[in-house]
Design a protein around this ligand. Structure first.
Ligand code: AMP
Ligand code: FE
Ligand code: FE
Ligand code: ZN
Length: 282
């Protein structure tokens, strides 16, 4: 079995359509695939439509959170009921807020003499997709002002850069509880990936566990073996599931589909905690 529980499509900042992602997963021998676009379930229908026997589809989202101290946290929610409106309302609010936030980032860049417009950024976005810094990066690349998303993040858009502006986000505890109320399971994504900016300290896991956290993404390319060991130990001690995943973004990132995977026993443990059997299998 090859289980990859964290992937993106063009419904957020990935570059593959959900149909392409499904085809790739099947042709590359993935047996269980979770679709986890940022702050949206917009790609679910297309993924379901293109599913074929041989692949188990797990529908989910990667939900943006922010701690009281302003640290960005990504929470994977899997197998939740999409008709639970309070969760959908939070996702919609985050998506809305990302639009005004992008205008502010662009205004700052314009002030600094970097010429880019909101229209040029929107031209990089598929209909209805969650807007993010990667689309701004794509617009700068399209204009010849940078070579790649990576270069833009390194030079201009890092969380520590003067152009960085956060968007509205609920706290990790709120999101964990919302996912639970929607009958799903929550896994904190790449919690120690410090390349992206400040990360939570290990003590804060107590509060996430108390809120009902189900799993920790341990194996991920942005976490060192030492960081993975720290997370493994926390998960083992608190009896949380441990996952490994690719965080595949198509050509938007180097990450290869299935480059890290989740052990079947850990996935079973997670799946058993959802309120209903929502894995889709033809
Ligand atoms: P945002 O959600 O707008 O704050 O942007 C964060 C997103 O940027 C995350 O989903 C990452 O996938 C993406 N990202 C962060 N660093 C990089 C990078 N160096 N290259 C490409 N994408 C990145
Ligand atoms: Fe992303
Ligand atoms: Fe993430
Ligand atoms: Zn991701």
């Amino acid at each position: 079995m090859r289980i990859d529980l964290h992937t993106h499509t063009n419904f957020s900042d990935g570059t593959d359509r959900p149909s392409e992602l499904i085809n790739k997963a099947l042709s590359q021998g993935i047996t269980t695939l979770a679709l986890t676009d940022h702050d949206t379930i917009g790609g679910w229908d297309e993924a379901r439509e293109w599913l074929r026997p041989g692949l188990d589809l797990v529908l989910g989202a990667e939900i943006s959170c922010q701690t009281q101290d302003g640290i960005s946290v990504h929470m994977l929610g899997l197998l939740f009921d999409p008709s639970y409106l309070p969760l959908q309302e939070v996702l919609a609010q985050t998506r809305d807020n990302r639009v005004g936030r992008m205008a502010k980032i662009i205004a700052r860049m314009n002030e600094a003499g970097i010429e880019i417009s909101l229209e040029e950024v929107h031209a990089q976005l598929s209909d209805g997709a969650t807007l993010g810094r990667p689309h701004l990066a794509d617009a700068l690349v399209a204009k010849g002002l940078a070579k790649s998303r990576d270069e833009v993040f390194a030079d201009w858009l890092a969380n520590s850069s003067p152009f960085y502006i956060p968007h509205y986000s609920p706290t990790p505890e709120e999101v964990i509880q919302l996912i639970k109320k929607a009958g799903g399971v929550s896994i904190i994504a790449h919690p120690l990936a410090s390349l992206r900016g400040r990360v939570v300290d290990l003590e804060s896991f107590d509060s996430y566990i108390a809120a009902g956290l189900d799993g920790i993404e341990v194996k991920h390319r942005d976490q060192t073996p030492e960081q993975q060991q720290l997370l493994f130990d926390i998960a083992a001690k608190a009896n949380l599931a441990r996952t490994g995943s690719s965080d595949y973004h198509g050509t938007g990132k180097m990450n290869e589909l299935g480059e890290f995977t989740t052990d079947p026993d850990q996935w079973e443990k997670l799946e058993a905690k959802a309120s209903d059997r929502r894995v889709i299998r033809l």
